[in-house]
Structures are given as C-alpha cells and as structure tokens.
Design a protein around this ligand. Structure first.
Ligand code: UDP
Length: 239
C-alpha cells in the first residue's frame, strides 16, 4: 500500500443506514462526525471526494407505497429525506474544518444548490466536499443508481459503496459461518448472481461506462483511507 493516494476523484455512496449508527431511525451525531473526519483525512491527502447520500433512515418510497401511499409521492418524500441527510453531513464536514456543498437534483434552492455538473466539478477541483442530494431527481430510482450516474458524470475514478459488511460474500456472513468474501467479481457476476450489492440499474451503469466499484464496511475505521492509498485487500472490487 502506498502512502500517497492512488485515486484522484472518488464518489462515496453512503446509505441512510450508514448515518443511523445503532439506532433504527434518524441520524447519529457520533457516526456523522466520524464519517466527516474520515472524509477530511482523504481531502488532506489531496483526493477529491463527492458523496451521494441515501434516505432510508428516514423514508423509503417503496415502504410508504406498501403502507398505502401513492408511490411517486412516497419517492418524493424519500428524495427529500436524502436532502435532510445531506444537510446534516454538510454541517458535520464543515465543523470538521472543510468546505462542503450540497447539490440537489430537485430544486430546494433556499437550503442548498441545484445540481449543475460543471459547477460540481469546479467545487471538487477547489477541494470542497460535494454532497449530492435527492438521488436522480426521479421517482422509481434509488440513490445507488444516482451514485453510479453522478460518479460517471463527474469522471470519478472509483465508486465506493459503503455498507455494514466488509465486501460481497458467497452467503450472508451473519447467517453462514462458511461464507467467504470475494476479493473480486465482474459486473456480470454480480448481475447474473443477483448479488444484493446495489440495484441492477446501478451495476449496469458502472459496467457500461467502465466505472470500478468497491464495496466496503464503513464502520471499520481507517478502511476508507486504506482504499484511497491503494490497499486492494479491503472489501470487494467489482470491475
Ligand atoms: N429516491 C427516488 N429517486 C432517486 C433516489 C431516491 O425516488 O433517484 C427515493 C426512493 O423513494 C428511495 C428514497 O428516495 O427509497 C431513499 O433513497 P434510497 O432508498 O436509495 O436510500 P438508501 O437505501 O441508500 O438509504
């Protein structure tokens, strides 16, 4: 592993769950503070960091639809939930001494900027953490698909999917003691095996645009930095 970063511009996908910590709803201040610190360590190395945040810790459209709500309205609520998370992360990142900008795919421009690709790239070039909110701006999509899309748009050289498991396993490691972690998989192995890593739209976007994806455990302190410095033993690489 090098002591210098091997990546120039990274897109980190943080699910709503990743912000929850041990609770089953909302945002954990301790967790968001730690995440901001880890992001700051990478910025200090000169790596450009963009983040796509999910909203599952607050609302998911499909869940609301299951409870009888109109799906599109539910998805709009889900997208607004991601804006809430993005604002919390922006606050934590700025408290940690960096500059951050939330850019939303739907217009809520009294609280954050609208997403404009060229402006996002300009922020990144200036060393600002760019937090993409509101997913793709469209119902029936997920923030995983938004992460692939934004990563490709901004020319990220790696998409990092933060989860609570340290990679992709042959079986659920919490249920099967013989489950083994894959170090590497192809996009098609993930798609054909229906491995529950990201939704298929997200993986197909990565595949068709040659964007490598690494799945890793965000709860393990230091792993983000190890990936940035080229440690290939962390998590699972999909390319
Ligand atoms: N969502 C949407 N379009 C998008 C991204 C998200 O409609 O492009 C909605 C959808 O309802 C989703 C919710 O926002 O359930 C929260 O996003 P997601 O479930 O991807 O969050 P995560 O699982 O990453 O926390």
């Amino acid at each position: 592993m090098s002591d210098k970063p091997v990546h120039r511009r990274i897109l980190l996908k943080l699910s709503g769950e990743a912000l929850m910590g041990e609770s089953d709803y909302g945002i954990s201040p301790a967790v968001i503070h730690r995440l901001a610190g880890e992001i700051g360590d990478q910025i200090a190395l000169g790596v450009q960091i963009a983040v796509v945040v999910g909203g599952g810790n607050i609302f998911r459209g499909a869940g609301l639809a299951g409870a009888g709500m109109d799906r599109v309205t539910g998805d709009q609520m889900g997208m607004l939930a991601t804006v809430i998370n993005a604002l919390a992360l922006q606050d934590a990142v700025e408290r940690a001494g960096m500059t951050a900008r939330v850019m939303s795919a739907i217009r809520v421009n009294q609280v954050c900027e609208d997403y404009i690709r060229r402006r996002a790239i300009r922020h990144l070039d200036k060393g600002r953490v760019v937090i993409f909110a509101a997913g793709t701006g469209n119902p029936f999509f997920t923030t995983d698909s938004a992460a692939s899309l934004r990563a490709i748009e901004i020319g990220a050289d790696l998409l990092l999917k933060a989860t609570k498991v340290d990679g992709i396993y042959s079986a659920d490691p919490n249920k099967d003691a013989n489950a083994i972690r894959h170090e590497h998989l192809s996009y098609d192995e993930v798609i054909d095996g229906r491995l529950a890593v990201m939704d298929t739209t997200a993986i197909v976007l990565c595949r068709d645009n040659g964007l490598p994806l690494r799945v890793f455990d965000i709860q393990r302190a230091g792993d983000l930095g190890r990936i940035v410095r080229g440690d290939t033993t962390v998590g699972t690489l999909v390319d």
